[in-house]
Design a protein around this ligand. Structure first.
Ligand code: BEZ
Length: 401
């Protein structure tokens, strides 16, 4: 079902976001245009609003709404209209859903969360040359061999959060690790990132356990891990599945077994309240942490809490920055959504202060960013340090056509 929303929370949160983006552009002259200056710019979201990833889609959307409100719903002189479509995190529905948004005349596509949905969505976005910002899905190919001038990420590649955790455990001298992940592109690529980082320390992956997405029956997996007794486990689970895995891990008695539970940061992101005591002490790596000490993050978290009554998380950050990228494109062209080459150039050259820290894109349109080692302390993902600074995805095979 598609729902349309024009924003009403005018000016509720002041101009903090606009200030954060100031100075992002250098040397762009808006192109002249004569069409539809009065029409609203339509931003179509293809995000999960139901199922195991629903809370991720909600956080992305909430933060976009907040960023648009901070600009009083006007960007490049034009009003913004959001067109929402539930992706259900279902790859088989992705082609039809993407086509629906495009035939609904959206100027920007924002989505998805799930890598399988992203593969189908990106194919159509590339063919139709629709300006697209991916606010989560990490499918490596999209900023690799399938990269495209009109497609950008405000999030990460799947390889990125895995690699630093592999490096951390290798440096700590962990020797035997089990990999356990939802068995689709995102989990497999996250595991590959871990292996690449871990390989540098001479350790051994003793077992890879794939769980079909979105299954959350973990009992047999946990029994197998207990019998292997590795030094650590690296996982990829998110949303509702991450809540269940961490709780089941503790309930199975593995928390005090000497086997360390680690993962890509999605394991504890946005879900520590639901996980409760089971999450305490879990270490992960991600491009964001609740306690990041920079001015933009402090204000962002305060505003988000005030507007939505809940804590912000990495998904909110990615949605916020996706909306900021739209602002940059529209400001560069004075709202002319037909001037795609200029919008692309503007986003490619943008640098701004994100709640995650400095934001810039690689030549393949994927963020180059710090990856933090985090630990859950009193329900908060606390920064322990930078695991890898300014990490760029290898972006293998990207040729911008
Ligand atoms: C993905 O499918 O790319 C994904 C989903 C949830 C969290 C991170 C990545």
């Amino acid at each position: 079902m598609s729902t349309k929303k024009t924003f009403s929370r005018r000016g509720a949160l002041g101009l903090m976001g606009a200030a954060a983006g100031a100075g992002a552009l250098a040397g762009f002259t808006p192109t002249k245009f004569a069409i539809g200056q009065q029409a609203k710019v339509r931003v179509g979201t293809l995000l999960p609003y139901s199922g195991t990833y629903a809370r991720l889609g909600e956080a992305i959307t909430n933060a976009m709404v907040m960023r648009f409100a901070q600009s009083k719903e006007m960007m490049g002189g034009r009003e913004i209209e959001l067109v929402k479509l539930d992706s259900e995190a279902a790859p088989p529905k992705a082609t039809e859903n993407t086509s629906k948004l495009i035939s609904d005349n959206v100027d920007f596509l924002v989505g998805p969360v799930h890598s399988g949905v992203a593969m189908a969505m990106a194919k159509i976005a590339r063919e139709e040359e629709v300006m697209t910002i991916i606010p989560n899905a990490g499918a490596d190919q999209i900023t690799g061999p399938l990269c495209s001038p009109n497609i950008f990420r405000s999030s990460f590649s799947n390889w990125q959060p895995g690699y630093p955790m592999g490096r951390v455990l290798a440096e700590e001298g962990k020797k035997r690790v089990v990999l356990c992940y939802w068995n689709y592109g995102a989990g497999q690529q996250s595991a590959q990132g871990f292996k690449d980082g871990f390989a540098e320390g001479g350790g051994e992956i003793v077992k890879e356990i794939g769980v079909p997405f979105p299954e959350v029956e973990f009992q047999s997996v946990l029994s197998e891990i207990a019998s292997i007794k590795p030094d650590a486990v690296y996982t990829f689970f998110a949303g509702g599945g991450a809540v269940k895995f961490v709780k089941d891990w503790a309930a199975a008695g593995l928390k005090d077994s000497g086997i360390e539970l680690t993962g890509a940061g999605f394991l504890t992101e946005g879900v520590t309240e639901a996980q409760g005591a089971a999450a305490e002490g879990v270490r992960t790596t991600l491009h964001y942490a609740d306690t990041l000490d920079n001015d933009v993050n402090g204000i962002f978290r305060r505003n988000y809490k005030e507007m939505w009554g809940k804590e912000a998380d990495v998904y909110a950050v990615q949605g916020y920055d996706a909306a900021e990228m739209i602002r940059i494109a529209l400001e560069a062209t004075g709202g002319d959504t037909g001037a795609k080459a200029d919008m692309i150039k503007a986003i490619e050259g943008a640098t701004f202060d994100s709640p995650r820290g400095p934001f810039k894109l690689s030549a393949a349109h994927n963020p180059v960013q710090n990856f933090y080692l985090r630990k859950v302390v009193n329900g908060v993902n606390e920064v322990q340090g930078i695991a890898v600074e300014a990490l760029s995805d290898p972006g293998k095979g990207c040729r911008m056509g």
